[in-house]
Design a protein around this ligand. Structure first.
Ligand SMILES: NC(=O)c1ccc[n+]([C@@H]2O[C@H](COP(=O)([O-])OP(=O)(O)OC[C@H]3O[C@@H](n4cnc5c(N)ncnc54)[C@H](O)[C@@H]3O)[C@@H](O)[C@H]2O)c1
Length: 339
């Protein structure tokens, strides 16, 4: 198959590209505008592979995407191109409206026209979304299922919800062969150090304070990025067009417990600590809470488990240790990303 991945130079997109190139025979076309959050070094292991090609395009650029689809004639599109950081959306929502809403609109319209002109049986458009579209949960609420109503809290989650509505309505109105996935917080190697886990690791190594929003008791359901990618591949092979699938890690943790666990791993691994601290946890610093901060996200992934025979491989303790070790071994990737 020819698989086009948008956002393939970002965190999850690059993990998907590496998986497809390194473990399957599919051809992969990576389309990414190379925003601040991307890093081509994440693709070092695939760039010389003859099945891999790259286009530095913005998905909002309809003309270029039209030409690209006609030229490459993909059988599948995974759409991961998006602005993805909630804090940035609070500071400046404009990029989120463009990439996440208008970009998705241009991409699905371009794809719809491409499918009208080209006979493609079993074409799939797989749109990667977030559990944040469902809003947040109270401690005793049941985890999100695919039928939960959308109730986004931030400009980021509202822009993702909008794009999901567009994709779903294109299926209903035009029979557009789309599937939506809603996943929980991802973690793992190659994540831009603005998100909690890599941010804490990179700040700790420099002996800087580790900022925790509010009381740190917000709960997230952590999904290892490689488990996410394996779920996306199952969705490609056997997912039902018009359906959506929730993907979660079965790992509900408070932010503060995640940060303390990172500090514990670093304490064990690094004997000479920066700034004369005795433990990395001395650097934990509580800061003013994020406005509208969602209290809890949790995913009920039983649909994808039952229907597509998917399950997580990583438990959180092993996944986090592996992630911390990866960052310690790849300090140069972090400095390259932050350049
Ligand atoms: N990281 C998570 O925990 C998480 C959780 C749920 C859902 N998601 C969703 O998964 C997808 C990927 O997330 P990520 O964490 O890999 O994000 P990321 O920020 O690491 O990467 C996004 C990539 O998309 C590219 N991009 C952005 N706008 C583009 C545009 N207009 N045209 C072309 N390329 C563009 C960027 O250059 C970057 O390489 C996003 O849709 C995000 O909303 C992420």
């Amino acid at each position: 198959m020819k698989i086009l991945v948008t956002g393939g130079a970002g965190f999850i997109g690059s993990a998907l590209v590496r998986f497809l190139i390194n473990t399957t025979e599919h051809q992969v076309i990576n389309v990414d505008k190379l925003s601040y959050a991307s890093n081509m070094k994440s693709l070092d292991s695939v760039t010389d592979n003859e099945n891999y090609s790259f286009y530095k395009y913005d998905i909002c650029n309809r003309e270029k995407i039209d030409i690209l689809l006609e030229k490459e004639k993909p059988d599948v599109i995974f759409n991961l191109a998006a602005e993805s950081h909630v804090d940035n959306s609070l500071a400046n929502s404009r990029d989120f409206i463009f990439s996440n809403i208008i970009g998705t609109y241009e991409l699905i319209e371009s794809t719809r026209n491409y499918l009208l002109k080209n006979q493609k049986n079993n074409f799939r458009f797989i749109h990667i979304s977030t559990d944040e579209v469902f809003g947040d949960l109270l401690p005793d609420d049941s985890p999100f299922t695919e039928t939960n109503p959308y109730k986004p809290s931030s400009p980021y989650s509202a822009s993702k919800a909008s794009s999901d509505h567009l994709v779903r309505s294109w299926f209903r109105s035009y029979g557009f062969p789309a599937i939506i996935t809603n996943c929980s917080n991802n973690y793992g190697p190659y994540q831009y150090p603005e998100k909690l886990i890599p941010l804490v690791i990179s700040k700790a190594l420099k002996g800087e304070l580790l900022p925790i929003y509010g009381n740190g008791l917000q709960i997230r359901d952590w999904l290892h990025v490689e488990d996410h990618v394996s779920a996306l591949y199952k969705v490609l092979l056997n997912g039902k067009v018009g359906d959506s699938y929730n993907i979660g890690g079965k790992n509900e943790k408070t932010n503060i417990s995640v940060v303390k666990e990172i500090c514990r791993i670093l304490d064990e691994t690094i004997k000479v600590k920066p700034n004369n601290i005795s433990s990395f946890s001395d650097l934990i610093s509580f800061v003013e809470d994020r406005p509208g901060h969602d209290l809890r996200y949790a995913i009920d992934a039983s649909k994808i488990s039952k229907e597509l025979d998917w399950d997580v491989k990583y438990n959180f303790d092993d996944g986090l240790k592996y992630t911390v070790d990866w960052y310690l071994d790849n300090i140069s990737w972090v400095s390259e990303t932050l350049k």
